[in-house]
Each structure stands twice: as structure tokens, then as C-alpha cells.
Design a protein around this ligand. Structure first.
Ligand code: SAH
Ligand code: SF4
Ligand code: F3S
Length: 448
């Protein structure tokens, strides 16, 4: 009999959706009496929350998992769990590949972790990947930050972009009710959090699956309505949302963002490609002209707004000229940040089966050229901050320099300045920017 509490470790791969799921699963484990262990080698229960968006993301999981599976031979009471998108994609096959696993659970089952673990502790090997209606979360997440919090508003994705596994692994769109979302934000505010980020794969599709239409035939519940509905929660000072899909991004939403003081002027709207034929082959449902119009409209209402996006290079059949259209769009828009990736063929997606795949060399070359342009443009965009006064919400100490704290501007630029974290954590401080770099800033607090 051991008297020390059982310990758990979670490693999270992938996007913010996975990070939010991990925080909820950590909350469930702590409710069950487990204590957190930073080092997986000290843990009695290890959970890998996995990502399969690209091949390399998936490979990382297998190498981590291999090491712990070996450990299980000398420590048979070790509980090994694979959650998230690889679990959903592979299901039973994962058990054949790694027979040491106790539990394989898809993302829709995150809130059911306790239930599933009870079956494991009864001696079963469990696979939970069937589509389910996601239960309203009744657990308390163990959130990593004490200042900023994620709030899921819509799960899943109803798009069918021809390169993407997300609809296969995350299922169809399921919006939470505005009441449940507001209740969670009120609770977060009561715990002292200052910023919330509303989360969804296509957050601007929020509410399409909820009942009700307005007399004009519009959905009763949209992201715009949700922003108005949650905006006045006392204590919350900043609201962000991600990820936006160009297809659903409306002028009404842009107006709301400009009008609502807590909504930060930062928009993450992936464009994927700057070429209309590639966009069509991707089944994205918009043209590069439409994308440019959205950004123009945002800048009309909020001239200083930060714009970030995702782009893929080397999609099947992409010609040099088509790739140059992506460079052109990147050049013209001037992103504050662009997440770039070489196209990775994913099992179960249409584009993976096409016979016009490009070589790894071509993809790597294009990726490198695009990244080069991105850092030049991001540096240009940073220049506008020089000598400006920015509001920074302090999140943490600078891990590289304990005399400094760090936080974000409304536009989401990471900013460092000299200060004491104990005094400043969770505070919004006016900072004069003295140094600018492509993706971060340094400044000095004024009238502290
Ligand atoms: N729902 C969001 C993106 C979710 S996935 C949207 O539609 O924009 C996050 C990013 O991963 C995508 O924006 C895309 O740029 C990238 N991605 C998805 N599938 C990919 C693949 N097969 N190869 C390379 N990048 C991919
Ligand atoms: Fe994937 Fe497209 Fe859905 Fe985004 S919108 S998650 S890229 S299928
Ligand atoms: Fe990855 Fe799943 Fe997110 S595949 S990017 S963790 S939705």
C-alpha cells in the first residue's frame, strides 16, 4: 500500500483545442485524487493528447509513446493513455501497434475520462472513438495560466478541405449554448482571470447548429451575437477568438469587434493559398479576392488590427506561378504572424490520393522562401510599435530573465519589460515600446 497520491503526467501536442481538452482532463484527474507530475518518468498515469494534422506531428507521438511502453514492462501498474486526434484516427489499430496501451480515446470523449478510467481500473483495455454528443463540461479544468483562459464555444468542423483530417477526427460541429459559455466565463472571471479566448476550429461558424432564426432569416445565435452576449462579464478585460474561416467572416462581426472595447484587435484568419485554382482544389469556398476584401474591411474599421493566418505550400499540383500567388498575397497583406507548413498527405483525405503530389524538395524550398518573406514582413509590421504606448496584460515572468515580466499587447505581440511578477501578474500595464523584433517587443512601464 502506498500512501502518496498517484501521479499523472500529460503531454499535449497540436492546437489550442487540444490544450483546452488537456486542461479539462487534468481537472478530472485531480478530482479523482491524482497529483500532477512534470516528469513523465515519475508518473503512474501518462496521457498523451495527440495531433495528426501533419505526418511529423504524428511521428512525435509514437517516439514518446515507445519509451513509456517499455517502462510499463517493469512497472505494470503504469496506466498509459492516448487521447486526441491520433487516437481518433487510429482507434483499435493503435492497440495493435502499442499493446501496452490501456486507453485510446478520441477528442469527443475528453469529458468522459473518469468514466473510461474506471473501466480501465476494472482491468479492461478501452477504445472510445465512437461519435458522441459532447457532454456539457461539469468538471473544473486545471488551467495552465492564471491570467488567460480558453473557452470552447464550438467543437468539430463541417468543412471538407481536401487536405485536412480535422473533420474525420473532431466530428461535426457542436456549438455550446450561449448560457453555458457565459456561465463558464463568469466562473473564470470570479477566479480572477482577465482574458478569455473563445475557441473553435471555425469559430465564425458558431451557432449554425443551434435552433432558431431571426425574422430576416439569419441564425439566431452567431459569433457576433455571442460576443455581445458575453461582453459585459465583470472582471474580464479582454476577449479574443480563434480560428476564423474566411467563408463565414462577416462585416457584422467586424463591426462588433470594432465596437466592443474588450474584443482585441487581432484576427487569426487562415488563407492557406493565394491562388484561386489551388483554393478551389482545397475546397476552401472563397477566392483570394474575397480574402483581401475581408482584411481591407477589418482595416477600415480598425486600421491597426493585427492579422495572422496559416498557409500551406506544395499542395498537390501547385505550380511555381501558383506558389508565387501565395508569396504575393503574403507580401501585400503584411501579416503580423503567419504559420506556414509544407503540405503533408493525410490518410483518409481526398488530396492524399491524387497523383500530382510534389516532391519533398520542392515543398521544402517553397516553405523556406515563404518563411523568409514572413519574417521580413513581420519585422516591418513590428516597426509600427516603436515608441508607441501599448497596453500589456502581464502573464508571467520572462523565463530567460527573471528581472523581466512578459505579456501581450491587444494585437497579441509578446512584450517584455522590467518588473516584478508578483506585483504585476494579471495587471494591464501601459508600456512604452523601446525595442522591436519580428515577433516580440521590449518596453518600459510608464507611471508604475
Ligand atoms: N480550421 C482552421 C485550421 C485548422 S488546422 C482553418 O480552416 O483555417 C490548422 C492548420 O494546419 C491549417 O490552417 C493548415 O494550414 C494546416 N494543415 C491542415 N492540414 C494540413 C496538411 N495536410 N498539410 C499541411 N498543413 C496542414
Ligand atoms: Fe480543416 Fe478546413 Fe475544417 Fe479548417 S475548415 S479544420 S482546414 S477541414
Ligand atoms: Fe491537431 Fe487535432 Fe488540433 S489534428 S491541429 S490537435 S484538431
Amino acid at each position: 500500500m502506498t500512501t502518496s497520491p498517484r501521479r499523472y503526467h500529460i503531454t499535449t501536442f497540436g492546437c489550442q483545442m487540444n490544450k483546452a481538452d488537456s486542461e479539462r482532463m487534468a481537472g478530472i484527474l485531480e478530482d479523482m485524487g491524482f497529483a500532477f507530475s512534470e516528469d513523465p518518468n515519475d508518473a503512474d498515469l501518462i496521457l498523451y493528447n495527440t495531433c495528426t494534422i501533419r505526418d511529423n506531428a504524428e511521428h512525435k507521438v509514437y517516439s514518446y509513446l515507445g519509451r513509456q511502453a517499455k517502462r510499463k514492462h517493469s512497472q505494470p501498474d503504469l496506466t498509459l493513455i492516448v487521447a486526441g486526434c491520433v487516437a481518433q484516427q487510429e482507434g483499435e489499430a493503435l492497440l495493435r501497434r502499442v499493446p501496452e496501451l490501456d486507453l485510446v480515446m478520441g477528442p469527443q470523449h475528453a469529458n468522459r475520462l473518469q468514466d473510461l478510467l474506471e473501466q480501465v481500473f476494472e482491468g479492461n483495455q478501452v477504445v472510445a472513438t465512437e461519435p458522441v454528443h459532447i457532454m456539457e463540461d461539469i468538471t473544473k479544468p486545471r488551467r495552465d495560466s492564471k491570467v488567460t483562459a480558453w473557452v470552447n464555444v464550438i467543437y468539430g468542423c463541417n468543412e471538407r478541405c481536401t487536405y485536412c483530417v480535422v473533420p474525420n477526427v473532431r466530428g461535426v460541429e457542436q456549438s455550446r449554448t450561449p448560457e453555458a459559455i457565459r456561465a463558464e466565463i463568469e466562473e473564470i472571471a470570479a477566479q480572477g482571470y482577465k482574458e478569455v479566448t473563445l475557441l473553435g476550429q471555425n469559430i465564425d461558424a458558431y451557432g449554425r447548429d443551434l435552433p432558431g432564426v431571426t425574422p430576416e432569416g439569419r441564425h439566431l445565435h452567431t459569433l457576433t451575437d455571442l460576443l455581445y452576449y458575453v461582453h459585459d462579464v465583470p472582471g474580464i478585460e479582454r476577449i479574443r477568438f480563434a480560428t476564423s474561416h474566411p467563408r463565414y467572416f462577416t462585416e457584422r462581426l467586424i463591426k462588433a469587434c470594432a465596437e466592443l472595447p474588450k474584443v482585441c484587435e487581432h484576427f487569426h484568419i487562415p488563407f492557406q493559398s493565394g491562388d484561386n485554382d489551388i483554393l478551389k482544389a482545397m475546397a476552401r469556398g472563397y477566392t483570394q479576392e474575397k480574402y483581401r476584401r475581408i482584411i481591407d474591411t477589418i482595416r477600415q474599421y480598425m486600421p491597426d488590427a493585427s492579422i495572422s493566418a496559416d498557409a500551406i505550400v506544395g499542395f498537390p499540383g501547385e505550380t511555381e506561378a501558383q506558389f508565387e500567388n501565395t508569396l504575393k498575397l503574403t507580401e501585400d497583406i503584411g501579416f503580423d504572424l503567419l504559420n506556414t507548413a509544407a503540405y503533408s498527405p493525410r490518410p483518409g483525405t481526398p488530396a492524399a490520393l491524387w497523383d500530382n503530389q510534389l516532391s519533398e524538395e520542392v515543398k521544402a524550398d517553397r516553405l523556406q522562401r515563404l518563411n523568409h518573406l514572413v519574417s521580413i514582413k513581420a519585422s516591418d509590421r513590428s516597426q509600427r510599435y516603436q515608441n508607441r504606448i501599448e497596453e500589456v496584460l502581464v502573464e508571467d515572468q520572462n523565463p530567460k530573465d527573471p528581472t523581466q515580466v512578459m505579456g501581450r499587447t491587444r494585437g497579441n505581440r509578446l512584450t517584455f519589460f522590467t518588473g516584478n511578477i508578483n506585483a504585476l501578474k494579471g495587471k494591464i500595464v501601459k508600456i512604452k515600446i523601446t525595442e522591436v523584433r519580428a515577433f516580440s517587443l521590449t518596453g518600459e512601464a510608464i507611471n508604475l
